[in-house]
Design a protein around this ligand. Structure first.
Ligand code: SAM
Length: 226
């Protein structure tokens, strides 16, 4: 798996892949990252990449030429081009799993007031939003999505079991978890968790996951509920 980031600020992105789980997985060659500053593709003598909107409206837009040339330069026959914008479908865990099967993902990070729409029409295989809020640029969205995608790439997580018990598996949020000590500032671990009956613990965890999902995410349909 390779991820290419098209961004005006590649330095915002690089550091994320240098440490921790993703840093180690990259060292092992489990994925590759590439950072491309599309300002380098501008034909303007001052390397400008933005222009006022046609037809009025506040702010500047990314003009077509530099990004189009950058995409054409990095794109191969198996690339999957994702434009990042709040005006799109929200990214979720199913997208993370699905996209972890791609060979090459290109994230196009916007800035200013976003893209000339024709770039999306011409080049996007998919258009994704990180959530219902507006960021100053697509870099944080690209990093969040890359992280969620890469932890589903085989070998990236030391223990693949961790993926099975996480939030959003079976549409449920993860149940509360505890570690030592058994009592902390007067708060005790749920007593059943200490007794070692794994069937009981997992039934209890399921009930807690259902309750938590109902409380925080009433919008989610729970699999075996009518
Ligand atoms: N004018 C745009 C709108 O209202 O839809 C917002 C532009 S935003 C200030 C600049 C860039 O940040 C966008 O082009 C996009 O790449 C990125 N961005 C902002 N919010 C985002 C979100 N929720 N998800 C993904 N990308 C986002």
């Amino acid at each position: 798996m390779k991820i290419t980031f098209l961004s005006l600020f590649p330095n915002l992105l690089r550091g994320y892949f240098q440490d921790s789980i993703l840093g180690r997985a990259k060292e092992k060659g489990l994925f590759e990252v590439e950072f491309v500053d599309f300002r380098e593709f501008s034909h303007d003598r001052h390397k400008k990449v933005d222009r006022p909107k046609v037809g009025g409206g506040a702010g500047m837009l990314l003009e077509p030429q530099p990004l189009a040339d950058a995409i054409e330069a990095v794109k191969g026959p198996r690339s999957w081009v994702i434009f990042l914008t709040p005006a799109a479908k929200r990214f979720n865990q199913n997208d993370a799993k699905r996209l972890s099967q791609k060979e090459h993902i290109i994230f196009v990070c916007g800035r200013y007031e976003g893209f000339d729409e024709r770039l999306i029409e011409l080049y996007a295989d998919e258009v994704l939003s990180l959530g219902d809020f507006v960021l100053t640029g697509g870099e944080v969205a690209a990093l969040a999505m890359s992280d969620a995608i890469l932890r589903n790439v085989e070998g990236v997580l030391g223990n693949p079991e961790s993926l099975r018990e996480e939030s959003f598996e079976g549409n449920l949020l993860e149940a509360p978890s505890f570690t030592k000590p058994d009592s902390f500032k007067g708060k005790k671990i749920v007593s059943e968790f200490l007794k070692g009956n794994h069937a009981k613990i997992s039934a209890l965890k399921y009930d807690m996951a259902v309750m938590r999902t109902r409380y925080y995410r009433p919008d989610k349909r729970i699999a075996d509920e009518k």
